[in-house]
Write a protein that binds this ligand. Structure first.
Ligand code: ADP
Ligand code: MG
Length: 345
């Protein structure tokens, strides 16, 4: 992965040199950012809006594998994962802080590559990088990102806000990122056994992209706003649909009914799952890392939601005593459980 290109030691710049270099690459874009990188703390102001804060810690070997994740993609994805949490409150992220721990295994060029991904994400999503921390670590790469967003109080969608009979909606399609990971892992093990064999990703671009370069669904938040839809509850799908819908059920003290035939699954996900002897529905339910939005809306919004192509209605909320269940294509009913959800047919 690390080709022997030009290599500059980060120590030749020093910590402050590095911070200065980062600051220059990231111009401030939002009026809510009063003061960015350079002082003991950043200053924000967004008048009458609520402030939302979310943070993530990403560890090499646990959350990412640098043998197949390019650093630029890692920078981009790290930001996406974090922005997704703010969008999942029906809010708009505007600032992030990025803290890094890395060893001298990482050259300045490697760190630059990481920040290129961060910069691309910041430009696309109009996010200001307003601070962070930089430290050396003994071995692996450590990334911590915090994002800050804003929303009007009455628009915020919590996990606990679902109401009985609400329609359950999901953006995009599910299961593709999980299959992308399976393919990357498979090619990695083939490569480790025989380094002369080049990875074979033919026709799997969509799956690989969903794994390496997910997009946080800010577009969905904009569409809901423009259609005058305020979701009752919302969560982003990081651990898989099953696990996330259970969070909404638990927090809202309700049950749910989800219909297998309504699950949005891309045709490439279906065919690749079959090739790998996996059930596409199980991939969609438990795969994880889709970073799509799962939310509930009032049944009164049905006519509006059904016209939005990016959104699928997959079921509805129900009384708690009914439990959380999946209705299969064969019209059987199964309990949704958070993980290890196999052989339900
Ligand atoms: P302190 O000693 O007060 O923690 P630092 O020297 O760590 O100060 O940071 C100085 C400024 O640079 C602060 O604004 C901080 O948020 C910012 N900063 C430090 N590291 C990073 C980084 N990796 N990315 C962005 N900003 C950073
Ligand atoms: Mg510091």
């Amino acid at each position: 992965m690390f080709e022997n290109k030009e290599r500059t030691e980060v120590s030749s710049l020093g910590e402050f040199g590095l911070i200065d270099r980062i600051k220059k690459k990231f111009p401030i874009q939002n009026t809510s950012t009063i003061l960015g990188i350079g002082d003991d703390a950043a200053i924000l102001n967004n008048q009458d809006q609520e402030i939302l804060i979310s943070t993530d810690l990403l560890l090499e070997g646990i959350h990412f594998d640098l043998s197949y994740v390019p650093l630029k993609h890692l920078g981009y994805k790290s930001v996406m994962v974090n922005l997704s949490d703010i969008f999942a409150m029906n809010a708009i992220p505007q600032q992030i802080t990025v803290s890094l721990g890395f060893s001298n295994r990482f050259s300045l060029e490697a760190i630059d590559e990481f920040y290129e991904g961060v910069l691309l994400a910041c430009k696309r999503y109009k996010i200001d990088l307003i601070g962070g921390d930089t430290s050396s670590s003994q071995k692996g790469l450590i990334i911590s990102i915090t994002s800050i967003g804003f929303a009007k109080k009455e628009k915020i969608a919590k996990r606990s806000g679902a109401q009985n009979h609400d329609l359950i909606c999901v953006s995009g399609d599910l299961g593709a990122a999980f299959l992308g990971l399976q393919i990357l892992e498979r090619e990695k093990s083939i490569y480790l056994e025989n380094p002369n064999i080049q990875p074979d990703f033919e026709n799997k671009d969509y799956l690989i992209e969903r794994q390496l370069k997910p997009e946080a669904r800010g577009d969905i938040i904009e569409i809901l706003e423009s259609q005058g839809i305020v979701p009752h509850s919302m969560i982003d799908i990081s651990d898989g649909l099953s696990s996330e819908i259970l969070h909404i059920c638990r927090a809202s003290d309700l049950g749910c009914r989800i219909f297998e035939e309504k699950l949005p699954i891309d045709s490439l996900t279906v065919s690749t799952a079959h090739d790998l002897n996996l059930d596409p529905t199980v991939c969609a339910l438990n795969g994880g890392e889709d970073y799509e939005l799962l939310f509930t809306v009032s049944v009164n919004d049905f006519d509006k939601v059904k016209l939005i192509p990016e959104i699928s209605i997959i079921g509805h909320m129900s009384p708690k005593d009914d439990g959380a269940c999946l209705i299969s294509k064969g019209n059987n009913q199964y309990d949704i459980i958070a993980q290890g959800w196999t052989n339900f047919k």
